[in-house]
Design a protein around this ligand. Structure first.
Ligand code: ADP
Ligand code: MG
Length: 448
């Protein structure tokens, strides 16, 4: 949710600005300086780092409209709270910790080493990550982590970043997905003529002390991004800056990767993360249940560990689903209930065949939406658009009919599906970043 809020943040402010008829100067003084501090439970906490006057004005005048715009954009129901980010906490109900400094970008505060469960499958990766976080650019550079989906690569990248932000706040840390990277490069190429813009984007990736780049496999094969990345990489490495890379495969198996890049990657440390064994799955479930405040018996946790085997994201998903359903139906969580709720889940875990359902699920995960939202009748853009992308991908990657796609998407009729598919077909022609997203989604659905 935090990432989603960040992605939508500029839009939210712009909507507020135009709908609230807010002048330039008010906008620049009160709204623009707001920062996102945390998203926890149902509360979004924003920080304002200036005078008390500003804080009062914000609270009196802008809090409600902000809350409305945020909830509209996210299609959610958060209450919003603004605190002084000079360190003073304004409200007693929530005590968020402001720990990020202005030097770090893109970090999710909840992904830390503390919240990472170590097992035989990931202890090397965790140890190397911690070593890098403790002494950036001295031990392993680059650190290259690889493994299948949902096994904790992203978590470890953020953990490294958060650790450095806490302990070495003067270092500039930048977490970026390769999707964002590609989009930046595409926009750089578009602005070919504007040397300033070009330099800005280029510098964004060079003026850092620690670059954490996630899912590098999505850059591979895109010539201009690959070259640009290689240049940034060389620049950083030769200036003694830390680079951490994650990927779904080891460098040697990335066929389209240039030889020179493979050898550069291998010059650091390459470590894999495997699937967790039974005991580790149980340990992770205990930890996650605790984090979710979920009162759940050992029997059920063992049942989940027995049946959900492929990755940690699925384990988490199983717990979330139990929690959601029990709240929704006000049922007690016993083993019968868990078995019923997880039926789909468990059979799903075992096949990754390319079906409409699998495609919809992959799109949902990409946009941090739930399956329920995808098939719901909600039509806010942040759900409706991913839903149309799912329609398009179902049409392109399987040979099922519009009717069948509609059945998988909450019983929509075939004209709705046809319209959605055509909409994306048209948008792709104009929108480079949509194009990148579609390519990445295709790779997520069919990685081979
Ligand atoms: P990947 O990037 O490898 O696809 P993620 O890092 O996104 O996987 O992990 C998926 C989810 O599982 C995240 O919510 C993450 O916090 C959780 N997770 C993965 N490994 C662990 C672990 N060892 N301990 C605790 N949580 C984990
Ligand atoms: Mg990841």
């Amino acid at each position: 949710m935090l990432n989603k809020l960040r992605e939508n943040w500029d839009n939210i402010l712009n909507t507020l600005r135009s709908e609230g008829d807010i002048t330039e100067v008010s906008f620049n003084s009160w709204l623009k300086p707001l920062t996102i501090v945390s998203v926890k439970d149902n509360i979004i906490t924003l920080g304002y780092d200036d005078s008390d006057i500003g804080l009062n004005i914000l609270k009196k005048k802008y809090l409600k409209p902000l809350q409305i715009c945020i909830n509209d954009a996210l299609d959610a129901d958060f209450s919003v709270n603004i605190i002084s980010s000079c360190g003073k906490i304004e409200s007693d109900e929530t005590k968020p910790i402001i720990k990020k400094n202005n030097n770090s970008e893109g970090l999710e505060p909840e992904y830390t080493f503390d919240s990472f469960v170590i097992g035989d499958n990931n202890n090397m990766a965790a140890a190397a990550s911690l070593a890098v976080a403790e002494s950036p650019a001295t031990l392993y550079n680059p650190l290259f982590l690889y493994g299948g989906p949902g096994l904790g690569k992203t978590h470890l990248l953020h953990a490294i970043g958060n650790f450095i932000a806490d302990n070495n706040p003067e270092l500039k840390v930048f977490y970026v997905t390769s999707e964002t990277f590609v989009n930046d490069i595409v926009s750089m190429i578009r602005n070919m003529k504007d040397e300033n813009d070009k330099a800005n984007i280029r510098n964004k990736y060079r003026e850092v002390d620690v670059l954490l780049i996630d899912d590098i496999q999505f850059i591979i094969g895109k010539d201009s991004s690959q070259t640009e990345f290689f240049n940034a990489f060389n620049y950083l490495q030769s200036h003694n800056k830390q680079i951490v890379i994650s990927s779904d495969k080891p460098p040697k198996e990335m066929e389209i990767l240039e030889e020179r890049m493979i050898s550069r990657f291998l010059s650091g440390m390459t470590i894999d993360i495997q699937q967790p064994a039974y005991e580790t799955r149980v340990a992770i479930l205990y930890k996650k249940a605790e984090e979710l405040n979920l009162n759940i018996s050992d029997e059920i946790l063992h049942f989940i560990a027995d049946n959900v085997v492929s990755n940690v994201r699925e384990l988490e998903g199983a717990l979330n689903k139990i929690k959601l359903y029990s709240e929704f139906t006000k049922s007690k969580i016993d083993i019968e209930f868990a078995k019923k709720v997880l039926i789909d889940f468990i059979s799903n875990d075992k096949n990754n065949e390319i079906t409409p359902k699998f495609i919809i699920k992959t799109v949902a995960e990409h946009y941090e939406l739930t399956m329920e939202e995808m098939i719901s009748s909600k039509r806010s853009k942040n759900i409706a658009y991913p839903r149309q992308i799912a329609m398009f991908l179902c049409r392109n990657l399987t040979d099922v009919s519009f009717e069948e796609i509609g059945r998988n998407l909450g019983n929509r009729d075939h004209t709705t599906i046809k319209h959605g598919v055509e909409k994306i077909e048209n948008d792709i022609k104009e929108d480079d970043s949509l194009n990148t997203t579609i390519e990445i989604l295709k790779k997520k659905i069919n990685p081979s």
